[in-house]
Design a protein around this ligand. Sequence first.
Ligand code: ADE
Length: 228
Amino acid sequence: MIGIIGAMDQEIKAYLGLAQNIKEIVWHNIVFYRATLCNKEVCIVKSGVGKVLSATICQKMIDEFLPSTIIFTGVAGALNSTYNIGDIIISTDLMQHDMDATLLGCKHGQVPYSDYHIFKANSNLVDISKTIKVEGHSIHFGRILTGDTFVSSQDSKRKFFIDELKGDAVEMEGAAIAQVCTLNKIPYVVVRTISDKADGEACENFEAFLPQVADNSSKVVSQLLQKI
Ligand code: ADE
């Protein structure tokens, strides 16, 4: 069984549209959809936004449905200036940009007193993704930064994310999923479509482009499901 998690309705809508034999399992106000997608058994869920909800729902998914792989999907803001709205990024690695215990001698992003820092996505899933093509869409491989902040500025923080943390895109869940999957030894990858450039126009672009581009990620994920 393969777990597919997105933060918002628009980010899981395409998967539910393609899925067959859907059975709903409700936990609190969270609906897990067990289904068949591209001939694979899947469990699709909307986690809600941010690190706490996504980590909680990811752990619940693992405990209840025992997925062999987890794919997190949705949209992201671009930091890499070569990325355009509508392009797709597949995580090579991920990091929490808002984890900062540097005053304690930790590296930026490192969870104190642990080895959790830069989370490498499963190399087999990334390699398989490299064989995927989606007509009309560029697919990039890069570093995704995660934090409980919607980034919409051209200030020093954005520059820090690019120059120091070497981020290619920013979002609000990926590294949390990566940490939970690492803890549970579950292979994972994050597939996101660029909805904005995390700059001064990010809010307007996010709202305008989310409905238009959110389905792009599913074009990669559908092919990925057929190959794993
Ligand atoms: N998800 C999509 N765009 C984003 C942004 N600019 N900041 C954080 N998360 C995002």
